[in-house]
Design a protein around this ligand. Structure first.
Ligand SMILES: [Zn+2]
Length: 224
C-alpha cells in the first residue's frame, strides 16, 4: 500500500472494524485460518508429513496439485458469503491477495476461472471466481484465459454429498479449444473447494480437449 493511500485510508479489519497494521484483516484471523503444512499436495486434505494421501494414491484426481490460502473457518465462511452473495465485491482484493501471496506459481501459463452459467451470472451480476482471477492475474502477471464455459445451470451444490456433486456436475462444463491454444500448464480458480468435484469435472473437460494439459486447483479456502 502506498504511504499516501495508507494515510488517507488506514487499513481496517473487514471483520472487526479495528485498525490493522498491513491488510484489511487482523493478523489473529490470518493466523487462525492458517492451513497445516501436513496436507496432501494433490488434494489439500490432511495428510501426515505432507505426503500424497491414500485416496490420491488409490485414485489420483485429474488435477495434479491443489493450493489454497486458508482453512474454511466460520469468519472466513461469512466473509466469502458476503463476497459471493451480498455484492461485497471489494472483498475480492483482500481474498485474492492473500491467496496470491501463498502460491507457488512456477510454470503456470494461464488462469482459468471456474465459470458461472449465464443465468446465474445475470442473477448475481458477477462471477466471484473471475473477480479473484483478475487480481491474481495482475499480481502474478499470468494471463486469464476463458477456456471453459458452463453448459448447464447446475443446482446449488451446498447440500449435496460427494457422489451427488459428481453427478450434478456431469456435462456441466465445455472446453473452448480456440482459447486454450498451445497451453500446457494452467491453474483453475475458484473461491472455495469442498469435495473437489468441480475442479475434477473442469479438469477432465479441459484435458479431453487438450491431452496432457497440467492443471492446478487454486482457491481461497478448502473445507475440512
Ligand atoms: Zn490427496
Amino acid at each position: 500500500m502506498h504511504w499516501l493511500e495508507r494515510w488517507l485510508f488506514p487499513p481496517t479489519c473487514v471483520i472487526t472494524g479495528t485498525a490493522t497494521e498491513q491488510f484489511d484483516l487482523q493478523q489473529t484471523f490470518i493466523d487462525k485460518w492458517q492451513i497445516s503444512p501436513e496436507i496432501c499436495p494433490r488434494c489439500a486434505e490432511a495428510s501426515p508429513h505432507g505426503q500424497i494421501c491414500g485416496l490420491c494414491l488409490n485414485s489420483p484426481p485429474a488435477f495434479y496439485r491443489t493450493q489454497v490460502a486458508f482453512k474454511f473457518d466460520a469468519e472466513l465462511r461469512d466473509l466469502i458469503h458476503q463476497f459471493k452473495y451480498a455484492q461485497h465485491l471489494h472483498l475480492s482484493r483482500l481474498l485474492a491477495e492473500q491467496l496470491a501471496d501463498r502460491l507457488d506459481f512456477q510454470g503456470v501459463e494461464a488462469l482459468i476461472p471456474i465459470p458461472l452459467h449465464t443465468s446465474r451470472l445475470r442473477e448475481r451480476g458477477y462471477n466471484q471466481a473471475l473477480e479473484l482471477a483478475r487480481i491474481i492475474s495482475k499480481q502474478l502477471n499470468i494471463p486469464i484465459v476463458h477456456g471453459l464455459t458452463r453448459q448447464v445451470a447446475t443446482p446449488s451444490q451446498t447440500k449435496l454429498n460427494a457422489k451427488q456433486r459428481r453427478r450434478n456436475l456431469k456435462h456441466a462444463f465445455a472446453a473452448d479449444g480456440s482459447q486454450l491454444g498451445e497451453l500446457r500448464h494452467i491453474a483453475l480458480i475458484d473461491d472455495v473447494i469442498t469435495t473437489g468435484a468441480t475442479m475434477q469435472s473442469a479438469t477432465k473437460v479441459l484435458q479431453k480437449q487438450q491431452p496432457g494439459l497440467v492443471v492446478q486447483a487454486w482457491a481461497v479456502a478448502k473445507t475440512q
